[in-house]
Design a protein around this ligand. Structure first.
Ligand code: ATP
Ligand code: MG
Length: 449
């Protein structure tokens, strides 16, 4: 890989000011500088600041080695095994400090600082890990060209407040182009996750993939199968919880990547073009985006519930057609769809358990007689299940009147609620048909017609 002379953009010619940089990041940058080391911001934060956007977090790079970095801060610890980084902690805020990295020679997967890697123990002994570091650490130039996209390889130097561009990132930033550094196919083979990152940044920044960057993706998409499901989970959250889920989803499908994340969902999308499957997922993602932009919480349980609902619904229907009761059909379908999904993307139990609750509550929301509606309201997962019902009603898969009933029930006072339940149970109140069904099938068969 050839390394160009960097273009240096002096303070007067770019828009980044120190007031846009978090106080904690500035503390770290200045401490490193005062200790005589190189000290720069790099990656997404410089890119976002240059675009006039607020960065998600601030990543710092330096020529100081992890042990040297750690000694400068009382609140720092070394993390990671293969490539060690330093986390400097300020309460909840963590500033990640990395040493300039060399161009890797023999890697197949290069997670930058993922959970997997950061689970490493604290490295307390300074002397033992020095030798292999020589292959890993490099110059600032090398650090730049091993990064994924030109716009992600910009540096902001705290010594003179200049922006340093080794990879022609600034012209791409201005033109709205996402371009891989080096040969795209080679870089995707080194780390297939870069294909997902390409799509994520294109959606988030509203950029276009440069032609050569886009060209190999469709052919190399199957390489995603070689990425660990745990890393895929982290990536899925970044793809769909970053505020641009809908555009991201459309691009993932366009480039043939989605099927390697959610193969069962992809299949069901093919089955019923024009029916609910095509609309439930995009609607869920649009809702997620709206929540993110309104600073409301989002949960992976709901996201996965929506993404996998259609395969679950299909399988449940097949079980019921073969005579299984609704409860068992749901259990079996959920079990199977989840097991298949875990081969591609991990879903930690703390999310898959509530995901399955959201699913199984869908049929319970139909039964409202006696104390049932009151009891459902008390369940921890009620709100998520209700939101999911709204989504299904929007797509025409559940009855709007059922969703409306629950909307009214929640805002009603105690008396009104009793009246609603009584009306529901009364002949002609919508409860009769359901009641009869319930009696005839004590195993609480839900109807997901
Ligand atoms: P975000 O706004 O999502 O945080 P980001 O560009 O900061 O975007 P990170 O995942 O935080 O993305 O990574 C920080 C930087 O590390 C990137 O800008 C890029 O320079 C480099 N990087 C991250 N992942 C890779 C990768 N898989 N291959 C090469 N470089 C990477
Ligand atoms: Mg980042």
């Amino acid at each position: 890989m050839t390394i160009n002379n960097p273009v240096i953009i002096p303070r007067a010619q770019h828009i980044i000011t120190r007031t846009q940089i978090s106080e904690n990041a500035l503390k770290v940058l200045n401490r490193l500088k005062e200790a005589g080391y190189a000290s720069l911001l790099v990656g997404g934060c410089v890119r976002d600041l240059m675009l006039g956007r607020e960065p998600k977090d601030f990543d710092v790079v330096t020529n100081a080695r992890p042990e040297q970095i750690r000694k400068l801060f009382h609140n720092a610890r070394i993390i990671g095994r293969r490539f060690r980084l330093v986390h400097v902690r300020f309460g909840w805020d963590i500033i990640e400090v990395a040493t300039f990295r060399a161009i890797p020679r023999d890697i197949t997967e290069e997670p930058p600082s993922t959970e997997e890697e950061t689970e490493g123990e604290d490295v307390e002994d300074d002397s033992t890990t020095d030798a292999p570091d020589h292959n890993i650490f490099g110059s600032q130039e090398e650090d730049a060209v091993r990064r994924d996209f030109t716009v992600n390889a910009l540096y902001y130097d705290i010594h003179d407040f200049s922006v340093i561009d080794y990879a022609d990132g600034v012209p791409d930033l201005k033109a709205g182009i996402l371009r891989v550094i080096g040969d795209p196919a080679t870089r995707y083979r080194e780390d297939p996750v870069r294909m997902l990152r390409a799509v994520r940044f294109a959606a988030k920044l509203g950029f276009n993939l440069e032609e050569k960057t886009a060209a190999p993706i469709r052919d190399l998409a199957p390489l995603l199968a070689t990425v660990s499901p745990a890393r895929m989970f982290e990536e899925v959250l970044k793809l769909f919880h970053g505020g641009y889920a809908l555009e991201t989803y459309e691009l993932l499908r366009h480039y043939g990547l989605f099927q390697y994340l959610f193969p069962q969902t992809e299949k069901s999308l093919e089955h019923e073009e024009g029916g609910f499957p095509v609309t439930l997922v995009p609607r869920a993602l649009a809702n997620t985006d709206a929540r993110v932009s309104a600073d409301k919480p989002v949960t992976p349980a709901f996201l996965f519930a929506a993404l996998l609902w259609e395969p679950v619904r299909e399988q449940m229907g097949e079980h019921i057609a073969r005579g299984m009761n609704g409860h068992d059909a749901m259990f079996r379908a959920a079990e199977h769809v989840l097991r298949e999904q875990l081969r591609h993307v991990t879903i930690p139990k703390r999310f898959s358990v509530p995901m399955r609750e959201i699913w199984s509550m869908q049929s319970r929301l139909e039964r409202r007689a006696g104390q049932q509606a009151f009891r459902l309201l008390e369940i921890k997962r009620f709100r998520a299940a209700y939101d999911f019902l709204l989504l299904r009603a929007e797509t025409g898969e559940a009855e709007q009147s059922l969703a409306d009933w629950w909307t009214r029930f929640q805002s009603a006072d105690e008396n009104e609620r009793r009246v609603m339940v009584a009306e529901f149970a009364a002949p002609g109140g919508g409860g009769k048909r359901r009641r009869r069904r319930r009696r005839s099938s004590p195993a609480q068969a839900p109807r997901h017609e």
